[in-house]
Design a protein around this ligand. Structure first.
Ligand SMILES: O=C(O)CCC(=O)C(=O)O
Ligand SMILES: [Fe+2]
Length: 314
């Protein structure tokens, strides 16, 4: 059985160009091309920070429904998500551009008009840490493909969506709390969970792998946009949430990286052996396309249908 590789990351210790950096790059590239995911043991996230962020997450979900619905966004799945048919016990709130303190503050003031500095600080600090992790991972990918000259423009166009998720335990067997298996629409996603396991990813052998919760463990998954950018070299991680434990409510945090504007496969990744598989596309437009698709096909990645070279998109 293939296991998902785990790599130790630390902003302080893992420096570009060092032997440990090159080693980590090799492991993550193979994992992204094989499974579409890997586990990061991100030492910058201490138990204390883990507890702090999940404590404010609980506080957020304890707010009344009337308050939570104020979290709106024109982009699909970027605002309050609740009472979705089929999964009524899953709830999510989202901070778009969470890397910007201003956006964390706006969200906080919307949820707590009298202010909640503890929440704002924890959310922004967490987003900044993931931003550092994202930068390390993506720099490794660009370098591994010999595309470091494009890294800065990628980083300038990257935005982070911070999602808080809650899975309530069902009181009856009829209500399902587990959303359908899917691939993310993001470029790359970072998943972190409280002490209740639930996230499962599909390995290259088609088996479900359970991600064990730990305060500094992150499941890093490639989304559909990453697949198109890499001309199909990187796989999108197919995953699902299956909460099997009865005892507690599950909370998780997702950080999803999106690109502002167009995503285009670098010319260097296109040649005779690797003909262009995806046409350039706008990331938000792809999200809208997915959102308006029939829910029966939502389990599929849809990126091929949307902008695959054989698709109708010109
Ligand atoms: O809760 C999780 O661990 C996963 C959530 C997820 O897959 C998503 O929001 O796309
Ligand atoms: Fe997902």
């Amino acid at each position: 059985m293939s296991k998902i590789p785990a790599v130790e990351f630390s902003h302080e210790c893992l420096k570009p160009g060092t032997e440990s950096w090159l080693q980590a790059s090799k492991i993550i590239m193979k994992a992204l091309e094989d499974h579409g995911c890997f586990i990061a043991e991100f030492k910058d996230v201490s138990l204390e920070l883990h507890n702090a962020i999940f404590s404010v997450t609980e506080e957020l979900f304890d707010l009344p429904h009337e308050t939570k619905i104020k979290n709106t966004n024109l982009k699909p799945s970027h605002g309050y998500i609740a009472k979705v048919p089929g999964t009524p016990l899953v709830e999510a709130l989202n901070i778009d551009h969470a890397e910007a303190l201003e956006e964390c503050r706006n969200f906080t003031n919307l949820m707590w008009p009298a202010g909640n500095d503890r929440f704002c600080k924890a959310a922004h600090y967490y987003a900044q840490l993931i931003e550092k992790l994202e930068a390390m991972v993506m720099r490794m990918v660009f370098e591994s493909y010999g595309l470091e000259k494009y890294y800065e423009s990628y980083a300038d166009a990257a935005t982070l969506l911070l999602r808080f998720l809650k899975y309530k335990k069902p009181h009856d067997m009829d209500s399902n709390i587990n959303p359908i298996a899917h691939t993310d629409k993001s470029f790359i996603s970072f998943l972190h969970q409280n002490n209740v396991r639930g996230l499962e990813v599909m390995t290259k052998d088609g088996e479900w792998f359970t991600f064990e919760p730990s305060p500094s463990s992150f499941m890093i998954m490639a989304g559909d946009a990453f697949v198109a950018w890499s001309n199909g070299r990187i796989k999108a991680c197919y995953h699902r949430v299956a909460v099997r434990e009865e005892k507690e409510v599950r909370y998780s945090l997702g950080v999803f990286s999106y690109q502002k504007g167009m995503i285009k496969t670098p010319d260097e990744l296109i040649d005779k052996e690797h003909p262009q598989q995806y046409k350039p596309f706008d990331h938000v437009d792809f999200l809208c396309y997915y959102d308006s698709s029939d829910s029966r096909i939502k389990a599929q990645s849809l990126i091929k249908t949307y902008c695959g070279s054989g698709s109708g998109k010109s």
